[in-house]
Write a protein that binds this ligand. Structure first.
Ligand code: NAP
Length: 259
């Protein structure tokens, strides 16, 4: 008997859902699920943000310690369903979750917003990773909006001729590994007017970004298009073929089908 049918037949306990988070969609999903009596949602965050906005439902913070430890956690905590709503570039936790769910027989859904697609007027330069993004910059621009995570700035360290605008959620505690830069603090969603003003204030000539998808962080892409600026688009890492949906509504339907 699978975990699913065992709990269904018992008919009393709320179903326990582990929500691997760190995204706006995972927050939205937690908000929907926390209001229900028939499920108990536990959000899991890596712990990268110092003061994450408060989340409804249960919360655990920090890595699990790899595939086996995550599989043990799922069994020990009696997790019935896993929704991997981590960022599309958080490839390690997604691969770990896929393996741990397979090992423990736990149904898993991957919630990933569809990537943005270039439209008329966009000047996107597709690259596979941050290293390739850094290699594409010399000769292209001298003032660059670097909209990648703080953990990925090392790739841009060897570019002393380029000034970077770096946006972070928390104020960096240490000097960033860049020669010339300025930090602007901000947490999405971002509006077009604000992004337009930011580009103008700093004389931005190019944007480096991941293809996060969704609306919350799209404004910078629209502004780059409006200004005719090149965008170094770091394409998404591959994900294991799996059950994937693109919206919170679809994820709720998938969960509903298993309650
Ligand atoms: P990653 O490279 O895929 O994961 C590195 C390790 O961090 C994992 O092996 C795992 O540690 C731990 N981890 C990651 N996400 C976790 C979660 N939700 N709950 C518990 N442990 C987690 O991840 P990342 O790219 O550093 O991203 C970390 C977090 O930031 C994720 O929650 C992601 O959704 C969010 N985020 C990432 C990006 C991005 O561009 N990568 C952007 C926005 C938000 P163990 O192996 O010890 O379990």
């Amino acid at each position: 008997m699978t975990k699913e049918t065992a709990h269904y037949q018992a008919g009393t306990k709320p179903r326990r859902i582990l929500l691997l988070g760190g995204t706006g969609d995972s927050r939205e999903l937690a908000e929907h699920l926390a209001s229900r009596d028939d499920v108990e949602v536990i959000s899991s965050l890596a712990g990268r943000t110092e003061q994450p906005a408060s989340l409804p439902g249960g919360l655990r913070v920090g890595g699990f310690g790899g595939v086996t430890a995550l599989a043990d956690y799922l069994t020990r905590e009696g997790i019935d369903l896993v929704v991997d709503a981590t960022h599309p570039y958080a490839a390690r936790i997604s691969a770990n979750a896929a393996a741990a769910c397979r090992d423990s027989g736990t149904p898993r859904l991957h919630l990933a917003r569809p990537p943005w697609r270039a439209t008329a007027g966009d000047r996107w330069i597709h690259v596979a990773d941050t290293k390739a993004a850094a290699e594409a910059l010399p000769g292209l621009a001298e003032r660059v909006f670097l909209a990648v995570g703080r953990g990925e700035l090392d790739a841009f360290a060897g570019l002393p001729g380029i000034w970077f605008l770096v946006r972070t959620v928390d104020s960096p505690r240490e000097k960033l590994p860049l020669e010339r830069y300025e930090v602007v603090l901000g947490r999405g969603p971002f509006e077009v007017n604000g992004e337009r003003a930011l580009f103008a204030l700093h004389g931005i000539q190019a944007l480096v970004t991941k293809n996060s998808g969704g609306e919350a962080t799209y404004a910078k892409i629209a502004v780059a298009r409006e200004l005719g600026l090149p965008v170094i688009m770091i394409d998404r890492p591959p994900h294991e073929a799996e059950e994937t949906v693109g919206t919170v509504e679809e994820a709720l339907r998938w969960i509903e089908g298993r309650l």
